[in-house]
Design a protein around this ligand. Structure first.
Ligand SMILES: *[C@@H]1O[C@H](CO)[C@@H](O)[C@H](O)[C@H]1NC(C)=O
Ligand SMILES: *[C@@H]1O[C@H](CO)[C@@H](O)[C@H](O)[C@H]1NC(C)=O
Length: 990
């Protein structure tokens, strides 16, 4: 949902000021009733002026929305008639000279330069040319000839260039408006001349005039009779003079959008007749002073996006004239002051995007005239206040992203058009009265705890509905044919995931549908044929994931950008896709056949996820270079074979490539190094051969490298560069034929594993694209869990290879490591005591090697260790006692005949000499997992997530005992509010 109505409201307010100006003007200009013939010269000049322009309706298009009539006034000007009677022309009663020209909104289109006959009308006192199009004409210095002018309006008419210095000759000017042209510039000299000479000026509107070269302090030379000043969007920089706020006659001050303007409000003795104050988007910062409550005449106060922090002053409740109050997008904290409920005139109240907590003030008779309320994106709790249901004028309620609890009660009035309460903790049923709000256009109740059954037929009455989002509640529909929705002609957005819907709701009347989410329902079979005509041109987003769709004959929606069909039963070949597709995800279906090179025509694609299907054949060579925008290519778990394409192009933008679980063969293509942005590279479970691709070490942001279960072999060797794999956090080379010693030189240089980065509060999850997230799945003791890959997740798995020699001491430097698996190799020697430095380690598997000696006491420091497997080595001596070591069971140590002490049955006795172990474990049992859980299997993946409802951790079976320690305690972090908010916003943007 955008903020359109609000923008309009605000505009309308500004415009009402301008309109007020205009009425002033017209009351003066229409005072001539008995007019003599107009001066012949002036008549000729006017006709020439008329002829210099063509008539072009669109140039005055905006007038209508401002409530000003727009029509070609000059069309009725006829030579030989009395020009004083012409529309827009005012003459002097006595002399017949033209003294006023009002041609605003007259469809004039053409250049207006120094040769214009306009300048042959030297007696002009009022001139209004606003809302025409002068094709970027320079504002002529000849405007300086109109020395009698008291009113000049050249706004919205496409002038450009410098404002000429001659403008300051107009010393009688009372009102000057140069707003909203093609950013003409006002330089320091012209401005100071203007301030010096225009001593009578009361209204100055310079919206969008480039004033970047003007020092704000010079504004202090402004005449004290000034009543209105608008400098919005004029790029003023530096400190705005505080004393300006005390000007005795100032009623309107608009400094909106000067982001480099530093504004400090007076903190004491501030009184002023200000009625309109707008500082939106300026740099104000600090606290909003209490003194703001002294401005008893204020009607409109706009302080959004000003960097204010601290509490909202309760003195605001004194501003009894206020109709418009905006404090949004700041850092206000604390409560909403209950005094605000005194603002009986208030029509618009915006405090969204702050850090307010506490409950919404409950005063029963609050805000009797409120139309628009937005308190979204705060931390407000408690129940919805009673007044919300009883204000007859209320049309917009926006309080999403808060912590509100309790029920939604029945609304007493039917004027509401907009209700947005998503992402709170509201419960109970959807009140019946909502379905009586005949003018409702937008209804968002998503992500609450609402329950009960929604009869979608009740929607029938909401004929104006455009946006309906009831997702992520415990709502469900009556399991009947949903036919009502077919009469909602304006419907654009429909989100009903997890709604227990058994078939497609009939949407045949909603021909302009833009987004449809029916994911996680029980829809079986085909997409009905009539759906092909819905949104044929308009549908951008379709999410039918987690259903039971079986066929996908065609994708008829020409402009579709996001297509999510994950987790269905779709079989058959891939259909042809429309070329605008950005996001394509059909993972976890039963697709067969080959991927044709047609896919390479889809040059807008950012995400392709075809994983977990039965696709086969070779993949087209062009897959490596068809789209610069491609971020994610996921072909995991299909039956593809052949060589990996070698054509990854220069400036390839891939961040995530996953070919895991196919039968790709041959070596890895070196052209992958063209993809400088790769973060995740997963080629595990294929038939890739060759040696370790150490050329990957130059990829600057590679974080996850998975090559497990291939035919890679040989000595890993040494790095060729001084900072190899600078960002690598997850390395899995398990189940290959790598041999010789462990790659100590690489281990020594893994920068990302050597420093603790990211405090738990700042955890972020890897996310290559919107809604596309990476996760890691662990299989421990036959329990499988999936965890989203957070940016602090780290692990190294070199198990099931032929490494020999000793575990290098340097391993102790990888202090941010959380998982280490070196099991099933031929490693000998002692466990290095330096491993006691790996204080973040949560699982450690050194089983099935030939390690000797004692378990170093230093391992006691590993207080986060939840899983330890040292079984089947030749370790001896006492098992360390205390801390984590009290939690490990027998199976962590079995097959080490020399170990003694808890939990082994064999006690350690000082007298008793440990018999040296004679039994050597024959560690050649690759993947013959005879020891139950002992191999910690780690899998990685990335894919579409099912929005907020899907947990961050997914168990295939029940919660393992160590879960609390490993996941809830450390890795498992809820998304932060801002991430959630950003997500909601993204989802809304579609
Ligand atoms: C100020 O106005 C006077 C009289 O209109 C004029 O002569 C003079 O040039 C103006 N000064 C500037 C700086 O334009
Ligand atoms: C619905 O909107 C129309 C048009 O704006 C208005 O005339 C009518 O009064 C509104 N209905 C209700 C119940 O507010």
């Amino acid at each position: 949902m955008g903020y359109l109505p609000r923008v309009c409201q605000f505009l309308c307010l500004v415009l009402s000021f301008l309109k007020f100006q205009a009425t002033l003007f017209s009351s003066l200009s229409s005072s001539s009733t008995t007019t003599p013939m107009c001066s012949r010269q002036d008549g000729v000049a006017l006709i020439q002026f008329k002829n210099a322009f063509s008539i072009n309706k669109p140039v005055s298009e905006k007038c209508k929305s401002l409530g000003t009539k727009s029509y070609p006034k000059t069309n009725l000007w006829k030579e030989g008639t009395d020009c004083c009677l012409w529309d827009g022309v005012t003459c002097d009663h006595i002399t017949g000279q033209v003294i006023g020209l009002d041609l605003r909104c007259s469809w004039l289109y053409g250049t207006l330069d120094s040769n214009s006959s306009l300048f042959l009308l030297p007696h002009l006192q009022k001139l209004n040319l606003a809302h025409n199009h002068f094709k970027k004409s320079i504002i002529s210095s000849k405007f300086g000839l109109f020395t009698r002018l008291s009113y000049l309006n050249l706004s919205m008419s496409n002038f450009s260039g410098q404002v000429p210095p001659e403008i300051s000759r107009l010393s009688k000017l009372v009102s000057l408006d140069l707003s909203l042209n093609d950013s003409p510039a006002l330089n320091e000299n012209t401005f100071s001349g203007l301030l010096r000479n225009l001593t009578e000026v009361r209204e100055l509107f310079l919206v969008g005039v480039d004033m970047s070269s003007i020092r704000p302090i010079s504004l202090m030379n402004m005449s004290s009779s000034l009543t209105s000043l608008s400098l919005s969007g004029s790029d003023l920089r530096g400190d705005f003079p505080m004393s300006f706020f005390r000007l005795p006659n100032l009623r309107l001050l608009d400094l909106k959008g000067n982001k480099n303007l530093i504004v400090h409000l007076p903190e004491s003795n501030w009184s002023s007749p200000l009625q309109y104050l707008n500082l939106l988007g300026t740099s104000s910062a600090g606290k909003l002073p209490n003194s703001i409550g002294n401005l008893g005449s204020l009607k409109h106060l706009q302080l959004g996006l000003c960097n204010f922090s601290g509490p909202i002053p309760s003195s605001l409740g004194n501003l009894s004239q206020l109709t418009y109050l905006e404090l949004s997008r700041n850092h206000f904290s604390g409560q909403i002051p209950p005094s605000l409920t005194n603002l009986k005139q208030l029509r618009s109240l915006y405090i969204f995007d702050n850090q307010l907590d506490g409950s919404i003030p409950v005063q029963a008779s609050a805000f009797p005239n409120l139309i628009d309320l937005d308190l979204s994106n705060n931390l407000l709790n408690g129940a919805l206040p009673a007044w919300l249901y009883t204000i007859p004028s209320l049309r917009f309620i926006t309080i999403h992203n808060n912590q509100l609890t309790g029920h939604i009660n029945e609304f007493q009035y039917k004027s509401l058009t907009w209700i947005s309460l998503g992402n709170n903790k509201l419960q109970g049923q959807i009140p019946k009265s909502i379905f009586e709000l005949v003018n409702l256009t937008d209804l968002d109740l998503s992500s609450n705890n609402l329950s009960g059954i929604v009869e979608l037929d009740a929607l029938l009455k909401l004929q104006n509905l455009e946006w309906l989002d009831l997702s992520y509640n415990s709502l469900s529909s009556i399991n009947s044919n949903i036919s009502a929705t077919h009469t909602l002609p304006n419907l654009r957005i429909l989100y009903l995931p997890s709604f227990n819907i058994g078939e497609f709701p009939i949407l045949s009347g909603s021909t302009n549908l833009e987004a449809l989410d029916l994911s996680n329902n029980r829809i079986y079979g085909q997409i009905p044929k009539w759906m092909w005509d819905i949104g044929r041109d308009s549908l951008l987003y379709l999410n039918l994931s987690y259903n039971f769709l079986t066929d996908l004959e065609q994708i008829p929606w020409k402009n579709i950008q996001t297509l999510d069909l994950n987790f269905n039963l779709i079989h058959g070949n891939l259909p042809t896709f429309p070329t605008n597709l950005i996001f394509l995800s059909i993972s976890n279906n039963s697709l067969t056949g080959e991927v044709s090179s047609h896919i390479c025509n889809l040059s807008s694609l950012k995400v392709v996820d075809l994983s977990h299907n039965e696709l086969s054949g070779k993949i087209p060579q062009c897959i490596g270079n068809f789209s610069k925008s491609l971020l994610v290519l996921n072909l995991e778990r299909n039956n593809f074979h052949g060589k990996i394409p070698t054509t990854f192009a220069k400036r390839c933008g891939l961040k995530n490539i996953n070919l895991n679980g196919n039968q790709f063969e041959g070596p890895l293509p070196q052209s992958l190094t063209n993809c400088r942005d790769i973060e995740v590279l997963d080629f595990g479970d294929n038939k890739i051969d060759g040696t370790f691709p150490n050329w990957l070490e130059t990829l600057p942001v590679l974080q996850v490298l998975i090559l497990r279960s291939n035919n890679l072999h040989g000595f890993i060797g040494n790095p060729n560069t001084s900072h190899p794999f600078p960002k690598l956090r997850i390395l899995d080379l398990s189940n290959n034929e790598f041999g010789s010693t462990l790659p100590a030189k690489f281990i020594k240089t893994f920068e990302a594993l050597k420093y603790l980065n990211g405090s738990p509060g700042s955890i972020q999850y890897m996310q290559e694209a919107k809604r596309y997230e990476c996760f890691v799945s662990l299989t421990v003791k036959a329990e499988e869990i999936e965890i989203k890959i957070s940016t602090i997740f780290t692990s190294i798995d070199l198990s099931l290879n032929k490494f020999d020699g000793e575990i290098p001491e340097v391993i102790g430097e990888l202090i941010s490591l959380r998982g280490l698996n070196l099991s099933h190799n031929n490693l000998g020697g002692h466990i290095p005591p330096s491993m006691g430095s790996l204080i973040n380690l949560e699982w450690l598997d050194l089983s099935s090697n030939k390690l000797t000696g004692e378990i170093p006491q230093e391992l006691e420091n590993l207080t986060f260790l939840s899983i330890l497997n040292l079984s089947h080595n030749q370790l001896e001596g006492p098992i360390p006692l205390g801390k984590q070591f009290n939690t490990f069971e027998n199976e962590s140590y079995e097959g080490n005949l020399g170990l003694c002490g808890f939990p082994m049955s064999k006690p350690c006795s000082n007298e008793e000499t440990q018999p040296p172990s004679s039994m050597t474990f024959q560690g050649d049992s690759k993947l013959t997992n005879t020891f139950g859980w002992k191999v910690v299997l780690i899998g990685y993946g990335c894919g579409m997530t099912l929005g907020l409802a899907m947990g961050y951790v997914v168990f295939k079976t029940g919660k393992p005992r160590w879960f609390v320690m490993l996941v809830e305690g450390r890795l498992h972090q809820r998304a932060t509010r801002s991430q959630k908010r950003a997500r909601t916003r993204n989802a809304r943007r579609v």
